[in-house]
Design a binder for this molecule. Sequence first.
Ligand SMILES: *[C@@H]1O[C@H](CO)[C@@H](O)[C@H](O)[C@H]1NC(C)=O
Ligand SMILES: *[C@@H]1O[C@H](CO)[C@@H](O)[C@H](O)[C@H]1NC(C)=O
Ligand SMILES: *[C@@H]1O[C@H](CO)[C@@H](O)[C@H](O)[C@H]1NC(C)=O
Length: 467
Amino acid sequence: MAPQTSTKALVALLALASFQQLAFAAPTGTTSAAPAATGLLGYNPSNTVKNEDTDNIQYSLVPGQTDSAVIGAYLDFNNVEHPQPIRGTKGGTDPGPRTEEYDVLNPDKLAPPGTDHGGVDNAQWPMGLSHMKLGLGRAGWSRQQNVDNIPAATEMAGVDMRLEEGAYRELHWHKAAEWSLVLNGSVRVEAVNEEGQTFVDDLSAGDVWFFPAGVPHSLQGLKGGVEFLLVFDDGSFSEDNTFLASEVFAHNPKEVLSKNFGGLPLSAWDNIPAGELFIFPGTKAPTDIAAQNIVGSAGVLPIEQSYTYHASLASPNHVTDGGTVTVIDPLVFPIASKFSAAIVTVKPGAIREIHWHTTSDEWNFFIAGSARIGIYAAQGNARTFDYHAGDTGYIPKAMTHYVENVGKDDVIFLEVLQADHFSDISVGQWLGLTPPQIVMDTLNLTNTTVSQFKKDKQYIVQGAVVA
Ligand SMILES: *[C@@H]1O[C@H](CO)[C@@H](O)[C@H](O)[C@H]1NC(C)=O
Ligand SMILES: *[C@@H]1O[C@H](CO)[C@@H](O)[C@H](O)[C@H]1NC(C)=O
Ligand SMILES: *[C@@H]1O[C@H](CO)[C@@H](O)[C@H](O)[C@H]1NC(C)=O
């Protein structure tokens, strides 16, 4: 430790100790007499105010922080000491208490752009702050985001789940429909529908599956295990509230089970699990998938109703200078009739252009990189939120939003809508297709500016900022 640092640390320690002593230390043991009943109340001429010197907080402002607040540049607080809630001419220093790691991760909360105004419902939740549910035998885990974490997220909820090689998410079903993106590794998915048609497939990172509400399914990690993201069409969905094969057997009388299965002996049920298995280790899946292709009189699920879509092999629908958009919606994956999703890559500095969705809320998951989303919510309300890999986001229908890459690496994120196809209204295209005089009169823009508005959607723009 450098002498300078240790002196600084010592001063800080002494300051903290004396502060705690003066302000908060309770009289200890029997040595201190109880203070007189009124001795500490209100004004007293002998009272001395302890003036802590908070004017000497050491900090530096980052690029953009002193600019006019409406410019609203992203403030990169990485590698600065003691970031401060200051933007343009507003704000002030924060002597603490504080946890600076939060401020570095959320600069748009600490020092919001001057264009933020009023209130917008919370639109961000890191899966890293969700409670983990740990599976049996180190077979995996899950964590979720639902209305408990983002109260505005009423239409969709998400679960992040890991299954080690051979581990199962036990046979189950639920009231919500389930859409899933494989994030890492590979998995075998299996289901049986109302007709008795069967389905089995293997998926790897970038592929998706869908199970309609009520259709029972199971999942098993293949070599190296798997991590996937589940999205449900119900914001109050909870992974703790699913219907389980183990519980069907644990919570029906054995007499009924014996009759139900055509007169099997009661002893057949001697060793059934007492309750939920959830995630547990299993016998590794056979490499030959055909060995698990059980077929009844109804045959296999017709290919056009497939529960899986190998999106990892799909080409992007839109390729721009700023990034790519790969759409996975019912036009290519028909069984997922309400799930319209896009996997979006935004290069450093680029933005997914300002847009809104006409009839659906949007659920987000950040797969890589760091971004910010600015949401405008009518009545002058606007707020900016910060996102990092592993975070979820939620944007109610009709509210404009952009996604700006604020880091040095590509941002990869997922947009999920409840819609029959993926669509948006681009602010740029809308105004590019509006008679210029109307736009000029409304926004007090010059003809030169308006003439540069594009008539086509840009999706992702790698634009420069010119002073
Ligand atoms: C999966 O995770 C492993 C371990 O973190 C990593 O090395 C690998 O690159 C990941 N694969 C994908 C496709 O993200
Ligand atoms: C804008 O300028 C272009 C030429 O640059 C001209 O053709 C057009 O009429 C102008 N429009 C308006 C509304 O002034
Ligand atoms: C439009 O901009 C001009 C030039 O800055 C300004 O003088 C004028 O007041 C503005 N008009 C409105 C309606 O804001």
